[in-house]
Design a protein around this ligand. Sequence first.
Ligand code: KG4
Ligand code: ZN
Length: 336
Amino acid sequence: MTTTPPELDSSLCLGIETSCDETAASVVSGRATVLSSVVSSQMVHAEYGGVVPELAARAHMKAIVPVVEAALSESNVAWSDLSLVAVTHTPGLMGALLVGLPFAKALSYSLGRPFIGVNHIEGHIFALRLEHPELEPPFLAAVLSGGHTELLVVEDWCRYLPLGSTIDDACGEAFDKVAKLLGLPYPGGAEVEKLSHEGRESIHFPVPDPGGYDFSFSGLKTAVLYHRRDHPDTPRADVAASFQRAAVAAVTNRVEQGVRKTGFRVVGVSGGVAANGYLRERLAELARRHEFRLLIPRPAFCTDNAAMIAAAGIERFARFGPSPLDLPAAARTPLA
Ligand code: KG4
Ligand code: ZN
């Protein structure tokens, strides 16, 4: 049984995302039909080798109006057609959140349409629904991004049971830091993957295992650092491929453990790192071995986008109604 009211089928939700270094807007109709998804990635951080919060906020200010306008025009939707405005209000860089959030509030107020704040991690979970509209909980999910690494049970939409998370660096953060050690440009995850294609998995970096369902990636990053120091002549591609093998094995081991212990036959994996082709292959292998259904969104829905924020906002609004207009931004909030 669905709790979504019937009028939602014809609704049009504008989603807005400005929590880190992507300014994104999207129009989603019904529960998860993407009419447009515009993502503007900020290039300004490349020369610093990482996201500079103040520059991110300024770049969002410049991009927000044209990005939202592009999302509306690409979907052929007028401002007055919108029925809901959804926006990321947590977690993220405070200055970056404080561009999208007030923009969405002002828009909702001026249009006389409800406003809903969305947790970015919940957005990544709803990316699964964009790709698989028929998907229904319960299922096991892993969110692997630049800021988060979470293994959880989606008991129902908007109701989660956390199993484990990283005790130090996030999975994507480890890819970014190793990219930096290898002299690759930022953002580094996709660069490490590209370089790995040319290398051999010749170095046996230990697969991190802090116990339970938790993850840990900082020791692996340090192992790469020491290896570079002690063996500067090892081809960078071999280091990249060997790191990628260990980082991905840490993820597949946890997913395997989760499937074994919980017995779920459906597993969704999302977040920026889920765009990684090697990870997707290893997970597909695991799914064949353990006979579970593996769902991974297309890469454009794995990395940050606003369609996933709209999809989460639509479900949250249907279940709990709108957010108050004084909803604050928060740098960190666990998934409720
Ligand atoms: O979900 P996301 O776009 O933003 C956050 O919420 O953080 O994830 C970004 C992270 C970055 O750390 C980036 O390096 C990583 O995802 N990433 C990848 C790949 N594409 C993006 N990591 C490994 N392989 C990739 N192909
Ligand atoms: Zn994200």
